[in-house]
Write a protein that binds this ligand. Sequence first.
Ligand code: ZN
Length: 380
Amino acid sequence: MWKKPAVVSAALALALLAALLAPRLGGASPDSGADSLSAAFGGAPKLPLALSLRKSRATKTLYRSGRSLAFPQSWTTVIFEGTEGDANLVYEFSKRLPDGSWSPWVSAEIHLFKNGRFWGRARLPEGDGALRFQIMDGGIKGAAPVFLSDIEVYDAQAQSAAAESLPAHPGPPEPILPPLIHTRKEWRAKPTRNPYVPMPSPWRITIHHTAGPQTMNLKDTLREVRFIQDFQQNGRGWDDIGYHFLIDGAGNIIEGRPVNVVGSHVKGNNDGNIGIAMMGYFSPPVNDHLTAAQEAALVALIRYLHARYGIAIAEVKGHRDYERTECPGDNVYNLLPDIRKLAAAPPPPEKPIVIKRPPLVIKLQNPGALRWDGRAISAP
Ligand SMILES: [Zn+2]
C-alpha cells in the first residue's frame, strides 16, 4: 500500500494525469500520448492551493510561488486547473534552464467557464528544470479568490509506444436493467477527436474521483462534465473525456466515454477497464464524503456492469491500486470493501410505497339513487 509522502501536493492530480501516461493500445489509440508529471514544491506552495488575492497599489504581482522540485524527465508544457473568482488574473510560468538561470515569464492561455472553473496551459523551453509561477493583476476588481487544484507538466512531443495486451475475460451476461444514465447528448459532449478503440468485453472497473467540485444538481453536474471534457480534450490533448461514467453528489450517473470503447484513466491499464469517477474531492484539504445517493448510484452501476459484462467484483479497484496516486481519495477508497459487498449482493427488493393517511369513509345517504350520466354524478 502506498503511503502518503510528506509533500503530497499535486499527487492528487494523478487522478486525471494518469491516463496521459497510458501506453497506446497497439499504437492505434491516439489518446494520452505524452507523459505527464505533477509539480511538487519543496516548501510553499502545497497543492491544492487556496488563495485570496487582493488588488494592490504597490504591485501587479499578487502571488509568486517558490520553485518546484526538479522533474525526472524533460517537459515542455505546463497545465493546471482550478476555480477563480476574477477573469482578469494572469498566470505566468518560468522554468529553470540547464545553466541555472530562469526563463522569461510566459503567460498561460486560460479556458474559463462561466462558473469560474478554469484550466490553463503554457509552453516553456525543453528540459527537466523546475518551474515557478506567479499570478498577476490583469485588471481585477478587488478581491479575487483562487483555488489551484493541480499543476502538471508533460512533454508534448513525447509519445509512449508500449502496447497493451488485451486479455479476454468474457462473462455470462445476465439480463438486468441499467440504472438511469444521463447521456452525452444531455451534456452536449463534443465528439471524439479520433476514432475510438473498441472494448467489447470489459473485465474490470476502476474508481476515481474528479478532484473537482462535488456538484449536487444535474445542471451544475452537466456543466462540470463539459468542463472536464474541455480540459481533457483541449488541455491534455486527449481524444475525449477519459472516464466512462461520472457520478455526482445527487446520485446522477453521467455517461462519459461510451462504455464499449477503451477509456483513458489508468496509466498502462486502460484495456478492458471501465473508469468511474466520483465527482468531488475526497482527500484533504477539501475532504468531501460520498453522499448516500452518490454511493447508492455507484453500487447500482457496479451491480449492473457486473451482471451485464460478468466483471468480477474483485476486479473493482481504486485508482491507487494501480499506481501511486491519492485518487480516488481516502474517503472513497476506504468504502470500497463495503461497496464491493453491496454490489455483489442482489439488489434490495423494491419496497411498496405506503402512504399513510386516515381511512376515507364515504357515507352514502341514498346509494341506490347514484348514477353516472356521462357528464357528472348527480343524485336526483
Ligand atoms: Zn484516478
